[in-house]
Design a protein around this ligand. Structure first.
Ligand code: ZN
Length: 130
């Protein structure tokens, strides 16, 4: 198991963590298998999407903010229900195939850590099945 620490810098943010995950694959000497990229937080998520145009993660965050407003008739007293809802919709993990020591991702794909209630210090855990 590998752990990555991420410092987020704003309330909503998508951070490309592909290089860190690939480094973990190298460090663990995984040639072929799968990696579970998981975040143990209730107001964050992990997703795979386009890395080429930075407007794509911006649009994803904007669409989520539009669909899930910051304030509604939420009951949760901490005041961050929108972040909890986004976390459940996007999901806490992604499974990635590893072949020949490399993540199998499409040309335009990256693994993103999604912050929905930052800034905070966050963790991503990677578990390999070789
Ligand atoms: Zn909360």
């Amino acid at each position: 198991m590998k752990e990555i620490t991420i410092q987020t810098h704003s309330r909503f943010e998508m951070i490309d963590i592909t290089a860190s995950v690939q480094k973990a694959v190298r460090d663990e000497k995984i040639d072929s298998g799968i990696g579970l990229v998981y975040t143990p937080h209730t107001t964050a998520a992990v997703t795979i999407n386009e890395n080429a145009d930075p407007d794509v993660p911006r649009d994803i965050l904007a669409a989520l903010n539009c669909a899930i407003p910051l304030s509604a008739n939420y009951l949760h007293r901490e005041g961050n229900s929108a972040a909890h809802v986004k976390s459940s919709l996007v999901g806490a993990s992604e499974m990635v195939i590893i072949e020949n020591g490399s993540l199998v991702l499409g040309t335009w794909q990256s693994i993103f850590f999604c912050e929905f209630d930052g800034p905070r210090t966050r963790k991503v855990i990677i578990k390999f099945l070789a």
